[in-house]
Design a protein around this ligand. Sequence first.
Ligand code: ASP
Length: 296
Amino acid sequence: MPANLPSPVILVHGGAGKAAPDLTELRRAGVQRAALAGWQVLIGGGSAVETVECAVRVLEDDPAFNAGRGACLNRDGEVELDASIMDGRTLAAGAVGAVQRIANPVTLARAVMGAGRHVLFVGEGARRFAAEAGIEECAPEALIAERQRARWAASREAKAGALGTVGAVARDREGHLAAATSTGGLPFKAPGRVGDSALIGCGTYADDRLGAASCTGDGEAIIKLVLAKSALDLLEAGREPMGTAKHAVELFTARTGADAGIILLDPRGRIGYARNTAQMTCAFILGDESAPQVVD
Ligand code: ASP
């Protein structure tokens, strides 16, 4: 990588929680694929926004994650998806809440961002916006993975905890930052519930001057502490990113006692990640590397 260009960085996560060993392996492979796909966009000269959209789409298409085609089911046995994306260069942002029949809600969120006027669409309006943007609907069953159907059938109580939400942060060769997050939300959630992953500042935030962040965990608690933006505000106070991620999760845990994980990036492209759960599978590629590193 030429020394005069900012070095590109991609960091993705596959959700905070605890997975069975077979699912852990699938998720390790999945986050690596997503990081590599994002990396190809970056080294091809793509923007940070294009990169995080691409990486999140790979994870939405992977039934091992609670997003897109592997999303968990709500109380009624239906899939309702939340997603958001933010461009750190301009602060442009787009999000969708509780959408159905959309295989890649991150792309719908990006279309909302691109249209420019509004930030968040839900319900019937989101559906109409998708049609106008040329984003095709899929059959609802196409988003239901066998694993999630079995989980729903086995226990209709919201005890399984948050797991498998996906997110990405990136810095492109021009030094711009972006973040995106996508999820099926919490298992057995009430129909119409929207979590942090659809809310700018809570699940997702990016500002070239502060950094970029994507969160996962108990959405209601994350919303109350506006976790993504709060963590980046801590970063602004001069801390390094790994320590900042840990500190943000510690503050979150002390105040809420809930589950959470966060990935973040500072304007210099340094990464941070932390969780208070047993796992949060992440993959990243930094600077002149080309093979993803994976951490649980
Ligand atoms: N934060 C997501 C939500 O509450 C769930 C997760 O991260 O697993 O919708």
